[in-house]
Write a protein that binds this ligand. Sequence first.
Ligand code: GP9
Ligand code: MN
Length: 619
Amino acid sequence: MELTDTGSKNPAGIRLTLLVTGILCLKTVIICFVGFKLPVQSFFDVVLILTGSIGSLLLVMGFSFYFGEKVNRFVLFGFMVLGTGILYGDLLYYRFYNDFVSAPILFQFANVGGLGASTVELMSPWDVFLFLDLPLIAWLLLRTKDGLTVPKGIKRKYVAFGVALIVLTVSLGLVKSVHLFSDSYDREQVVKSLGPLNYHVYDIVLGLAAPLQRLTMTETKAHASIEYLQQEDPGRTELFGIAEGKNIVFISLESMQDFVINQQVNGEEVTPFLNELIKESFYFNQVYDQTAQGKTSDAEFMVDTSLYPLASGSVFVRRPDNTFHSLPHILQEEGDYYAATFHGNVDTFWNRDVMYESLGYDRFFSKDDYTVTEANSVNYGLKDIPFFKQSATFMQNLPEPYYAKFLTLTNHFPFLLEEDDLFIDPADTEEDVVNRYITTVRYLDESLETFFATLKEEGMYEDTIFVLAGDHYGISEKYEDGLNELLGTEATVESGMKHQQIPLIIHIPGQTGETISTPGGAIDIRPTLLHLMGINAENRYAFGYNLFTRDSAHPVIFRDGSFISDDHVYKDNICYSKETGAVIDEEACGPDLETVRKELKLSDKIIFGDLLRFVVEEE
Ligand code: GP9
Ligand code: MN
C-alpha cells in the first residue's frame, strides 16, 4: 500500500520514462529532418514526422517497468542506448546508400560484407551531438532513487496511451497515402509516415511473413497471376535473328554510368575504346539502372530473368532455390547453348555459387580458377586486365555455341588504383570519389580494349555477339555534387535521373553503328538480345521489352516505385512534368502509377511465391 502511494504521489519513475522517451523522440525527429532529409511536401508531412515515433517509443520504454513494480533504470538506459545506436546505424547506412536499412540486407552482409572500411568515412564530427545526452541521462537516472514505483493503474493508462498513439500514427499514415502498406517497397514513405522504429518493426514482420507466400501459392493462382506477362507479339524488325547461332559474350561493366561515354576530362576521353566501339554497335543511350539493394546481383538477375529485383535484399541471397526461366535456360532450349560465367571474386559473394545453379549456368569460373596475387588484384579482387587475359584462355575450351558472362570488378567503390594502372589523370572536382572514378572507368575501358584484341587474335571475335552493360551507378547520390561539378550540370530531379542511366552497347562484328534513344531499363536487355538471336521473347514470363520496338509510353519502373515515362517523372512521391521539370498534380502520374504497382507487386509475387515452379516445369 505504502509503495503504491509513494508511486502516485511522487511518480519520478514515470516522469523519467517520459523524459527519456521524449529525448529519443526528439533525436529521431532531428535525424528524420537533418539526416534523412525526408522530403516535406505539406504541413501534414511535418505532423507525420513529428508524431510518428512517439507511440512505439513509449511502449518500448515501458518495458523498463512492465514486469516489475518499479522502473528499472538500467533497462531504461539500455533502451535509450539501443535506440540511439539504431538511429545512428540507420544514419550511416542512409549516408552511403541513400536508403533505409532493411532486415534482409543485414543477413546479406554475411555474403557480401557491410559498409566495411568506408564506415569511418561516413562519420561526421557533428555525430557526437547524438550521444551527448547519454551521460546526462545516466547521471539523472543514478541520482533518482525514490518514486520509481509505477502503480498498476498508471501502467494500464500508459500502455493504452501508447497503443492509441500508434493507432493514430497508422491512421494518419493511411490518410496521407492509402497505398502505405501495399507500396511497402517505398521505404521513404513508410519511414516518413510511421517513423524509423515502426519502419523496422514493419520490415521485420514483412521479412518473417515472406515465406508464407510460397506455401500458399497454388498452380491455379500461379497461372492466373502470370497472365499479365503473356505479352502480345510486338512484331519483328528486320534485325530479328541477325545474330542467330552466334556465341554471346555479355560483359557487366561494374559501376559504369552512361555519362562517361564520349566524356572528356582534362581534354582526354574517359572511354576511348567504347567511344570507338559504339560507332560500330547498337548504342542504347537511355537505359536506366533499375537495381535495388542487391547491386550487381540485381543487375545480373534482371539480365538473366527480365524480372524486377526485390525491394529489399538480393534475390540471389533471399530466393536462390527458386525455379527460374532464365537466359541460360532459354538459350539451352533453343540453341543448345553452353552457359559460363566469369568473375575474379570469391564464388560465395552474392551467393553466386548457389544462385548460378538455379539460373542454369554450366560453369562458374571464380577466384579459385584464376591466378590471383597481391600484385594483380585491387579492392574486391582480380584487376580487370589480368581478369580478361586469363578468362580468354578458359574460353578456348568452352563448348560452342556459348553464352559467356563476364563480371568486371576494378571500377568499384571506392575506386582504388595503383599508379601503374593510371591511364588518365584523376579529375579535379571537390569530390575525391568522383576524381578517382574517372581513373577506374578509364582502366575498365583499357581492359575491354585488351580483351577485344585478344579475342580477335585468338579467332573468338568474328562469330560472337557482344553485349556490354553498366550494372548500376558508381557515383551515389551522396557524391552527386562532385558529379554535377564535373559535368557542369545543375542538381535537379532531371539531372539526377539522367545520372541513373547506364550504357548498353550491343556489338555484332561487321555492323554499322546506330544510336537508339528509346527509354528502357536493365530488364529490357534480355528481350532485346533474344530478338537479335532470332528467339521469340514473348511468353517468357518477363517484364522487359525488346528495345528496338519498346513503346516509350510504357513507364521505366524503379524498385522504389518511382518511374519515368514519356511525359512524366515520378520520384519521392512527387509527380513532375518531364518536359519542364515542374511539379504537377499527382493525378497526372496516376495511370502510370497503376502500372508501376501492378508490375512490382506481380514480380514480387513471382519471386516470393516461387511461382514459376508451376509454370515452367510443366513444359
Ligand atoms: C563483387 C561485385 C561487386 O563480386 O559483384 O558487387 P557490388 O557491390 O557492385 O554489388
Ligand atoms: Mn556492381
